[in-house]
Design a protein around this ligand. Structure first.
Ligand SMILES: Cc1ncc(COP(=O)(O)O)c(C=O)c1O
Length: 383
């Protein structure tokens, strides 16, 4: 026993996007006007119907105590129906577990499906918290380098070369590239997982924010995947900490037991609001229209600033740009842009340990005028 931090926890790296957001808000507190292209969250509030439902529940004196571990039955039923509405897929209510954001869903999924020492493949570039949460649980993240040659998708050959695996995490649309994986690619991944006894986890948190075609759910091609989704992005409810999992039969009981013990339940008031949010899709689609226009403004502005080598983004609200013509130290570059231009962005190192020193992620979830001004500052900047 010692009073030092545990070695395993101490080895978990920071989430640089959050560190950048903190540095940006410190600059703002000191009086600077910072242009935020680092934050991966909508600047809009929860939809009107969600806010009204939360206010009404509070005003009515609803105790808003613990719900069942799996969540309010009404919300679970509505989420199950969502799969029929959006994907034509039949999901049973009992498979839906309401959780405290996708982040809690990852902890539950990882703890339910993997043991310490297991090896789980994570795509690079990819969302850093998969890797970091796995590390915190003593599970080994195994990087799968992906790039434009395969439209940022994992191939069977690459997966075969990684040695024995216990899990594979895919995200579509992806953060940071915005790439959408087609149903065929998801099917290939699911078949590879089935053949190799590997648990597939599909992060579908950016579903609904897609600019061309549609994002297929992993549930269209397999019933063995753990699917994780959230109210944070399309539903514009990051701080409400609400998400859901669709859990395959073999993991129902263990996920529910873990939820009871780790979190008890997702926040009750957020569940009330989330249920109402699911009826607000007209309002939410207006946000997607705004992201679409932001995306085109950002791509135009970055091109004028000389940043033309960007991942083709079909969804989410990010542009992942190659900055290798400027630097091989994206961390220092983003720090300079923040200090000299008051433009906040996220170094690629967050998303790709091996190659991210030559990339930067720009978020276009914010205000279009800010995006345009940020690009003008980048254009006029001398390295
Ligand atoms: C790909 C991805 N998954 C999960 C999350 C976390 O989601 P939540 O707010 O639901 O915990 C994020 C947040 O940015 C994300 O980009």
């Amino acid at each position: 026993m010692s009073l030092a931090e545990a070695a395993r926890a101490a080895a978990v790296p920071p989430f640089h996007a959050m560190a950048m957001a903190r540095a940006a808000s410190e600059l703002e507190a000191a009086g600077s006007r910072v242009l935020h292209l680092e934050v991966g969250q909508p600047s809009t509030p929860a939809p009107r119907g969600a806010r009204d439902a939360a206010v009404a529940a509070i005003a009515a004196g609803d105790p808003l105590g613990y719900t069942n571990a799996a969540g309010l039955m009404s919300l679970r039923r509505r989420i199950a129906r969502h799969y029929d509405d959006w994907y034509g897929v039949d999901v049973e209510t009992r498979s839906v577990m309401v959780v405290g954001g996708a982040s809690a869903g990852f902890t539950l999924a990882f703890a339910a499906a993997f043991d310490a020492g297991d090896r789980v493949a994570v795509l690079e570039p990819g969302y850093p918290c998969y890797r970091n949460a796995l590390l915190a649980l003593g599970i080994e993240p195994v990087a799968v380098p992906v790039g434009p040659a395969t439209r940022w998708a994992p191939t069977a050959d690459v997966l075969d070369a990684l040695g024995p695996l216990d899990g594979l995490i895919v995200a579509s649309p992806s953060n940071p590239t915005g790439t959408v994986l087609s149903a065929d690619v998801l099917r290939e991944a699911a078949e590879w997982c089935a053949a190799n006894d590997v648990q597939l986890i599909a992060d579908e948190i950016y579903h609904g924010i897609v600019y061309a075609g549609r994002a297929a759910s992993a549930l269209e091609v397999t019933r063995d995947a753990i699917v994780i989704n959230s109210f944070s992005k399309y539903f514009s409810m990051t701080g409400w900490r609400l998400g859901w999992m669709v859990v395959p039969d073999h993991l129902h009981r263990v996920v529910e037991r873990l939820q009871q013990n780790l979190y008890i339940c997702a926040p009750h008031v957020s569940q009330v609001a989330g249920l109402a949010a699911m009826e607000c899709q007209d309002e939410l689609d207006l946000h997607v229209g705004r992201y679409r226009s932001n995306r085109s403004a950002l791509l135009t502005g970055l091109a004028a600033a000389g940043l033309t080598d960007v991942a083709e983004a079909d969804g989410a609200f990010y542009v992942y740009a190659d900055v290798s013509q400027i630097t091989d130290d994206s961390m220092a570059l983003t720090e300079r842009w923040l200090g000299e231009l008051c433009v906040a962005s996220t170094p690629g190192l967050d998303f790709d340990l091996a190659r991210g020193h030559c990339s930067v992620r720009f978020s276009y979830a914010g205000d279009e005028r800010d995006l345009v001004e940020a690009c003008e500052r980048l254009r006029d900047w001398q390295p």
